[in-house]
Design a protein around this ligand. Structure first.
Ligand code: FO1
Length: 306
């Protein structure tokens, strides 16, 4: 069985860890968001690809949802003494990933470099960036445009957002393997990630929405919205700004017309009827992944064919 997952960062990491307990890693292909990639101290940082890779390698700092467990930040402190910007917390061992990636990108595309990093960390699942070309999520605010990391980490998502752009998307192509993986999948999973800034950039790459429409595989999502609020991060404000209702209905609207089934929380069960009217089967369950067992239980539910 071939499972393809569209993934952002933290929310996706939990579901992917659950899936990895149930299917052979070689059956899992992750298509990761690179819209929030950033250049920090001259290094190419790919936060979502790293979060997914570390999660599947078993080395993610699960409490924080990003970076490596048992990390230290000596280099960050040393950089501060040189007057460098230190709002983006790069850990000492995490730095090794960015050093190796940045050097390797001189000779190879991001997809090849990502595969190499994953293999070095013992990850057998296939992790593909959505594109080898740069696509950057830019947040429009009354004070000007910010990169996603400036908005999310430096400004703590507190500034007003007037729009979101995916710079470079029009000229980007899906990374090698992305379209084939979607078209030949037995199941496509949309992880519980931010529809605007995690899954949105993936869908902005020409060719990926067409593949989702064309695949014979059922496309199954897990709602990142529970009880009218985002499970984590700024998804609610960004969805509102896009005119999407902050509920499973808004999530379904973001993934129309190819989303077939959406796992929603018991608290949102009242939306099941309207989802059905819109052609999306609601699968009502407890979707909060508060521990390893819940991650596996939710993943099992995602894999169930109906
Ligand atoms: N998130 C934060 O909230 N603060 C940070 O300082 C931070 C540093 C960081 C370093 C490496 C990395 O891979 C991720 C990091 N993140 C941090 C998370 C990152 O901003 C988010 O995971 C995504 O970009 C959103 O999915």
């Amino acid at each position: 069985m071939s499972v393809v997952a569209l993934a952002g960062g933290t929310g996706a990491a939990k579901l992917l860890r659950g899936l990895a307990t149930l299917i052979p890693p070689r059956d899992l292909t992750v298509i990761g968001n690179t819209g929030d990639d950033a250049e920090i101290w001259g290094l190419h940082v790919s936060p979502d690809l790293d979060t997914v890779t570390y999660a599947l390698a078993g080395t993610l700092d699960v409490a924080r949802g990003w970076g490596l467990a048992d990390e230290t930040f000596q280099c960050l402190r040393a950089m501060a003494t040189y007057g460098a910007e230190t709002w983006f917390n790069l850990g000492d061992r995490d730095l090794a990933t960015h050093l190796v990636r940045t050097r390797a990108l001189r000779d190879a595309p991001l997809s090849a470099v990502t595969a190499r990093l994953a293999a070095s960390l013992g990850v057998a699942a296939r992790i593909l960036p959505m594109s080898d070309e740069p696509v950057r999520t830019m947040i429009r605010t009354p004070g000007g445009r910010l990169t996603f990391q400036e908005y999310f980490v430096r400004e703590k998502s507190l500034v007003e957002v007037t729009g979101v752009d995916y710079d470079g998307a029009a000229a980007a192509r899906p990374a090698p393997g992305v379209v084939d993986a979607i078209r030949s999948a037995d199941l496509v999973v949309v992880c519980p990630s931010n529809p605007v800034t995690s899954i949105g950039p993936i869908l902005s790459v020409p060719g990926i929405p067409d593949a989702l429409r064309a695949t014979a595989a059922p496309v199954v999502g897990v709602s990142p919205i529970v009880g009218g609020a985002a499970v984590s991060g700024p998804a609610a404000a960004l969805m509102r700004m896009r005119g999407l209702e902050v509920s499973p209905l808004g999530v379904a609207a973001a993934y129309a017309p190819w989303l077939r089934r959406l796992l929603i929380d018991s608290r949102d069960g009242t939306h099941a009827g309207e989802l059905a009217q819109r052609g999306v089967e609601a699968d009502v369950t407890d979707i909060m992944m508060t521990g390893r067992e819940r991650e596996s239980a939710l993943a099992r539910r995602v894999l169930e064919r109906r």
